[in-house]
Design a protein around this ligand. Sequence first.
Ligand code: F6R
Length: 615
Amino acid sequence: MCGIVGYAGPRDTVEVLLEGLGRLEYRGYDSAGVAVVGAEGVSSRKRGGKLGVLRSSLEDAPLPESGIGIGHTRWATHGGPTDENAHPHLGDGGRLALIHNGIVENFAELRAELAEAGETFTSDTDTEAAALLLGRLHREHGDLRSAMLALVGRLEGQFTLLAVHLDEPDVVVGACHNSPLLVGFAEGEQFLASDVSAFVRYTRTARALGNDEIAIITPTSVEVIGFDGEPIPGETFEVTWDAAAAEKGGWSSFMAKEVSEDPEAVANTLRGRIVDGLPSLGELGSLDDETLRGIDRVQIVACGTAAYSAMVGEYAIETWARIPVEVDLAHEYRYRDPIVDERTLVISISQSGETMDTKMAVQHAIEHSARTLSICNTQGSTIARASEAVLYTHAGPEVAVASTKAFLAQVVGLLLTGLHIARVRGTMTDDAIREVTEALEALPDQLRTLLSEQDEIRELAQWMSDTRSVLFLGRHVGYPVALEGALKLKELSYIHAEGFAAGELKHGPIALIEPGQVVFVVVPSPRHQQGLHAKVVSNIQEIRARGARVIAVAEAGDAAVLPYANQVLRIPLTLPLLEPVLSVVPLHVFALELATAKGLDVDQPRNLAKSVTVE
Ligand code: F6R
């Protein structure tokens, strides 16, 4: 939600800003704007709608040349996605421009104060109050650095702010409070952005600002201070992927490309983390063996697709490490007043590492002395930095709004964590662990094979493009897969889709079954120890008897489903707890193909943002 870019350097500033904003499009937005400081003063252009609208306006009437600038994509909160409400907003009589990600909670109070002082508002946004106030503070303090320090003390809520001023034509100042901001370092030019993808084309050396920090950049310098004005030393890191990884590379959509990257995503999550067949998680730091032995409960917090990966993790960690595991939707976690103390390990799962709900759950855990581990895909992200230890999934950038390869990587990250805890706590023998790691290491090749066999599901999706409702059933680890299949279909195709635990069918959902209703059933392996396979086959018979059209996702060689399913989609053989990594693939492909057949934008479905940075 909202993308922010700042630049100080010799390149074509507007081009750098537009290029950066293009890379941040995936976050979701509905208007965009840029501002530069040139010989003629502060020049700004902003437009409702997609980046293309802004770009063509800038082509028709270019902004003057400039050595600094700021750019923004806005996801509307206060006021609709109009030209007026788009950022930047101006202050100090048009001598200052400001962009903002987040929400200024005390904006009504500030607005009243500023109106009283004679300021005029041209938008409905909370941001304009911050811009006008910064302008007044600049007049009072004489420079952007001091004005920003004074401004952050007046704002409530969460924010990343970037500002430029006519009097300081080589300075961009950024501030962040509970919202991300990264600096990109290069020779003779510096960058600020909400995500490294905005500047990775120019530099892979980055620093993530901590909470309540301010960065002041010029083409040749970067200074970072706290909200108290004191300098903050910090470390840079090297981004592990390059700009090409964040490009479509000939695929019809980012989502299609990212699904094709499933095998590499899984391989990268495993890389270096299995040594002699045993898990080796060097990055756990202070979550050492003694700490993990002292833990008496695990809580996993996440949202959406990440929460479904958490559910898979719950089955695996409880089975292997024999420790109670609870999964919470992150936004519900603190409100249920969970029992959490220093013997609780709270694992947060987040692709972006910026999901506000998940971040607040981690915060709650920290306040209650829990030990915290995050499984994140984005280096330097807020949740990763807030947690005691982080296991990066290294799935590569995920640009499509709907999460696909990151889900597989999250599941694998959790499986590795479960095996590690089991090993430390002595609940599994090394041989038993090796059986699992061998199966884990086979997954990338199995995924390659599986992805090369998806023509049947593509045809099915095309044939079903007029379908109005699809149900998904699963049991055990197949249940979160069913939920994920339904979520992906509804968010991409806008088709009504529901996922159910197959055992729940007769307690209500079976009433939905009528002739022709399409039902996907994720069938557990016949080798499942608890005999769930037979029970799910009975469920299939029950719904077939009522006229449902059954599409089974079942392992290769499972003949028991053949007489009852209308169609069987095969997945390669693996251990039952690892099945979600494979069984989710046809469901992702189905959602992708069906949305494509309907002519929809699969990368940016309506109303959705990739990075949900508000609660
Ligand atoms: C669905 C999807 C979302 C995210 C959720 C959490 O396709 O992408 O449900 O999984 O918003 O996002 P992260 O993992 O970034 O915390």
